[in-house]
Design a protein around this ligand. Structure first.
Ligand SMILES: Nc1ncnc2c1ncn2[C@@H]1O[C@H](COP(=O)(O)OP(=O)(O)OP(=O)(O)O)[C@@H](O)[C@H]1O
Ligand SMILES: [Mg+2]
Length: 233
């Protein structure tokens, strides 16, 4: 396949951004976690903000790189068996900071029949899906809200649902949110921050490549629910 100049550019810029960002994040966490330096509470607070922002930026760069790879048909998947509980631990660690920083009540509910069960999946990619869906739930939710990651058994599938009781999604906009760079014009939906609108497009593509589909339901003033099913092995 002929290499597209645009893809090549995105890929190079992405990698150039990711390397220094990863090192910034590592050094901040070193200052925060090691006892080598005495730091004031104020400095700790500021560094925590820097750390959160660097995590967000790394996630964003990962999303841009992944979407560009998918669109050029060059995405590679590394499938392996993983226990669902093991995956959920990784996901919890991935989103813990974001959830904590917004002081959202986050709960994982898992069907007891699934505890020993495994799925065959590309772990990094499915983590990227969860990071996006849970971060969205946090982002479009207000301080005292709750987010539930519900994991249930449906025949020979595991169903993952990310449920939040934050901002709802209007019915006529529900399909457009999976299109990258789309815009929702509802004043309720507007936040004063600009987002890239690529997270859901990426999730949709990953889940499609895993042979499934993301579904979304939302009810005004009540909740939004993003879900998908994967085969159990
Ligand atoms: N849980 C949710 N509750 C309400 N609206 C949501 C939720 N998840 C997504 N949306 C709507 O769908 C849009 C698209 O989501 P998407 O994740 O693709 O982009 P984003 O979060 O705005 O930006 P980013 O590229 O950083 O993820 C959001 O801007 C938001 O309007
Ligand atoms: Mg998003």
């Amino acid at each position: 396949m002929k290499k597209n100049k645009n893809d090549e550019f995105i890929s190079i810029v992405g990698h150039e951004l990711r390397t220094p960002l990863t090192s910034i994040r590592w050094y901040i966490s070193m200052i925060l976690e090691w006892d080598m330096w005495e730091i004031s509470d104020e400095a700790r607070k500021a560094l925590n903000h820097c750390y959160d922002s660097s995590v967000r930026l790394v996630n964003l760069v990962n999303d841009v790189l992944a979407l560009s790879k998918i669109e050029s048909g060059k995405m590679e998947y590394y499938m392996k068996d993983i226990q669902i509980t093991e995956l959920l631990k990784l996901v919890y660690n991935d989103v813990f900071l974001e959830v904590e920083s917004k002081k959202v009540d986050f709960e994982i509910q898992i069907d007891k029949h699934l505890k020993e069960k495994k799925i065959n999946i590309d772990t990094d990619k499915i983590r990227q899906v969860f990071i996006n869906l849970i971060n969205n739930a946090v982002k479009f939710t207000d301080i005292w809200w709750k987010i539930i990651l519900k994991v249930s058994k449906i025949k020979n599938n595991v169903k993952f649902e990310i449920i939040d009781n934050g901002i709802w999604i209007p019915k006529d906009k529900i399909d457009t949110i999976f299109e990258k760079f789309s815009q929702i014009e509802s004043s309720l939906q507007r936040t004063n921050t600009t987002w890239l609108w690529i997270g859901l497009a990426l999730c949709k593509n990953f889940i499609k490549d895993f042979g499934s589909e993301i579904k979304v339901k939302s009810e005004f003033g009540k909740w939004s629910n993003f879900s998908f099913e994967l085969n159990l092995i």
